[in-house]
Design a protein around this ligand. Structure first.
Ligand code: AHR
Length: 500
């Protein structure tokens, strides 16, 4: 089948915020303990952090990492994680039915983030706690000194403030599973007052208010309309979350699901606009898509722990999805959706980074390895920075029970500051190649500088600690001539082509 893309240098969407390629480390399962932190591991540094994991995080170049949760944050006392480790209390983590040793807290995570070259994005607990805890945590983290909490930070060994810019006002407060769930009006009031207090303490911060935890929530999108009505001028981002699954074992339909993401973004962009107009505001609010991924492979194996049948284990394996080749295509399409809406989606966090629904996995005492989805995330982060182009895609389509006319060809394009033009393609046709023709209006790039393709695997093919077969190879037969890029995209394939 044939498909065309039209790109023109004058038709742009927006400058891409590099934080679009962020991630997330929650106190959940083995994300922290035996994930980023394992003092007995052969590669552990003096602070107990696994160097093999840091190396993989650096390979991706993760600009920002959200911490400490997730559902975990909604019953978390951040003070449990400061001071001498031997004095820190063991607490029950009500979100994941596990025990939390508090061996890692804000000091340790900040040290890790610095080593991994990633900025911190912190969340405050608006579930079991509220405004007072939030302002104290902010003072501890960002105030230079001369106050109770900032001086305590100094006494605990960190002189300079961490100066964290991005703060989440709770997590998924619309969810019945959340400790301290609230109605939109209850949350809107608390979020507004907390935002006011936090800004009174530090004017330089950016604040993220909770939107919906999924477009399937009965309260979506009224939730966003109500919450933004309370908070619009006090916040900078509304947070969205979305996870994808193939519970129906219908891969064609699974690969079409990114159109639901497009619809989700369009809808909340409209709610933001409507609220801005209603408030006669000159302030802009954007989307922080701070949890997204495929999540379903581990559902069965997690049941026993989550239902409490295993007691309260410390750092058990949880949400350890092993990703397959189909997930490469899905993650590639999700990133394409974000790039195409870089005008409104400024922050993205792949949930999560290590062991928990993650591109990076570890064996306790053993190796760290790359999941299949490592690669589309890596390529997005490394080469998807610059200006998003407003491309036109013409492609044959397919229908599913949730949408009609889904294009087999999914694509996005980024013009980088160094003059390179990068295209990300996903051929969602499982049996036929796509003969691709890209019209390059106003561009003078004339040669392929990089061509990476992930193709030819069984949709269920996976990587593991003993081997990483699902990996990119060099693409072949792409050409640029007379302002046209041509290539054949194999059936079920992910491809990144850079021209310069
Ligand atoms: O990322 C896993 C969980 O998914 C997070 O803790 C929560 O916010 C969401 O429901």
């Amino acid at each position: 089948m044939r498909a065309t893309v039209t790109a023109h240098r004058d038709y742009t969407v927006a400058e891409i915020d590099p934080r679009l390629y962020g991630s997330f480390v929650e106190h959940l399962g083995r994300a922290v303990y035996t994930g980023i932190y394992e003092p007995d591991h052969p590669t552990a540094d003096a602070d107990g952090f696994r160097q093999d994991v840091i190396d993989l995080v650096k390979e991706i170049d993760v600009p920002i990492t959200r911490y400490p949760g997730g559902n975990f944050v909604s019953a978390y006392n951040w003070e449990d994680g400061i001071g001498p480790k031997e004095d820190r209390p063991v607490r029950l983590d009500l979100a994941w039915h596990t025990s939390e040793s508090n061996e890692v807290g804000i000091h340790e995570f900040a040290d890790w983030a610095e080593k991994a070259g990633t900025e911190m994005m912190l969340a405050v607990n608006l579930g079991s706690r509220g405004l007072d805890e939030a302002r104290n945590f902010l003072e501890y983290v960002n105030h230079p000194g001369g106050s109770y909490w900032s001086d305590l930070r100094k006494a605990n060994g960190r002189d300079a403030p961490w100066d964290v810019k991005l703060w989440c006002l709770g997590n998924e407060m619309d969810g019945p599973w959340q400790i301290g769930q609230k109605t939109a009006a209850e949350y809107g009031r608390i979020a507004f007052e907390t935002a006011k207090a936090m800004r009174a303490s530090d004017k330089s911060i950016e604040l993220v208010v909770c939107g919906s935890s999924s477009p399937k929530m009965a309260t979506y999108p009224e939730w966003e309309a109500t919450v933004l009505d309370y908070t619009y001028d006090a916040v900078d981002y509304v947070s969205l979350h979305m996870y994808f699954d193939d519970h129906d074992a219908n891969p064609q339909s699974f690969l079409g699901k990114s159109v639901l993401l497009d619809d989700y973004i369009d809808t909340i962009a409209a709610v933001i606009k409507q609220t801005k107009t209603k408030k006669r505001s000159s302030h802009d609010v954007y989307i922080s898509f701070d949890e997204w991924n495929v999540w379903y492979h581990s559902a069965e194996q997690d049941k026993a722990i989550l239902q409490g049948n295993e007691g309260w284990p410390f750092a058990p394996p949880l949400l350890e999805d092993t990703y397959d080749f189909a997930d490469v295509l899905q993650v590639g399409s999700i990133i394409n959706s974000f790039i195409r809406r870089a005008d409104v989606v400024k922050i993205g966090c792949l949930a999560q980074l290590v062991n928990v629904i993650a591109p990076i996995m570890t064996v306790k005492g053993g190796p760290a390895w790359r999941q299949t989805i490592f690669y589309p995330y890596l390529y997005g982060s490394q080469y998807g920075r610059g200006t998003s182009l407003d491309i036109r895609i013409d492609s044959p389509t397919f229908d599913t029970d949730f949408a009609k006319g889904i294009k087999y060809l999914d694509a996005s394009a980024v013009a980088a500051d160094d003059g390179a033009l990068t295209f990300f393609f996903v051929n969602r046709n499982l049996s036929e190649p796509i003969e691709l023709d890209v019209a390059l209006g106003g561009f003078d790039q004339s040669k392929i500088i990089m061509d990476k393709v992930i193709e030819g695997f069984d949709l269920k093919a996976v990587n593991g600690p003993d081997g990483e077969p699902v990996a990119p190879t060099d693409g072949k037969n792409a050409t640029v001539t007379n302002g046209r890029l041509s290539a054949t995209l194999p059936p079920a394939s992910y491809r990144m082509i850079r021209i310069g």
